[in-house]
Design a binder for this molecule. Sequence first.
Ligand code: CAA
Length: 285
Amino acid sequence: MAREFSTVGVVGLGTMGAGIAEVLARTGVRVVAVEVDDAGVERGRGHVEHSTGRALAKEKLTEAERTELLGRITYTTALADLAEADLVIEAIPESLELKARVFGELDRILKPEAVLASNTSSLSITEIGVHTGRPGKVVGLHFFNPAPVLKLTEVVRTVVTEPDVVDDVVAFAQKLGKEPVVIGDRAGFIANALLFGYLNHAVSMYEARYATREDLDAAMRYGCGYPMGPLALLDLIGLDTAYEILETMYAQSRNRLHAPAPILKQMITAGLLGRKTGRGFYTYD
Ligand code: CAA
């Protein structure tokens, strides 16, 4: 019988974790949302309130639905509060060491049948899973930014993930209103493997002063119908996140397309991370 994921934990409430918590709560799932400290909890709560406020303004949600959605999320700083969760989705920073530690702790806290998922976009699910005593119940569940809006979820299976776990997570993603795709554990999965060569190429063109940032972006928006140009999209993703994804893919593929354009590192060092720091390729209020 298919698993019911009625209580779901989200660990890490940055842009992605908060967006995932919102998606879950919107579908009626009880969410236990975990951050490391009170400031993190307040930041996460702020993300969810801001995003659902926008959805309300755009008439995607009614006031009553928004109140119910917010009421389904319990915030905490204690991983131990996840003991009853049927599924936990981890969305903490992209460090294997950190994720290994959190997965090890979750493995001790959760029920033996609970499923563990990582929203990582650049690390190996296999390497994360081996830090638990249940690697067969570990999957990737990769959402796209902004998670409440974009429909894709990549469900990543490793060589040891149990097939029924994959099936149940796919069915759950569908229940959330997403379009799941299933992929093996390869750096970049499907979408990033295809997307980041293009984004990196746009950065190289910008670095070579081949065209202005506005014209590079306009070409892809008006010529190819993309909702955002590549440089605006990098600002949304975060230049630090983009750099990590490129580096991981380059280490695995040695494909020159994925060798991060040097200016990316310079911008990161200078604190120009994109929207989250108010400045990247563009400046934000
Ligand atoms: N809940 C439900 N709906 C919401 C919402 C919410 N919280 N917030 C916004 N929406 C809806 C809006 O109502 C709007 O719907 P309509 O078009 O029907 O009116 C729609 O979402 C778009 O929202 P906005 O009008 O606020 O914004 P926009 O039209 O300027 O679009 C965008 C913004 C969604 C970001 C769009 O530009 C876009 O899709 N850009 C591309 C993003 C992309 O490629 N992301 C992938 C990045 S790669 C990644 O994430 C993977 C990784 O590992 C790094």
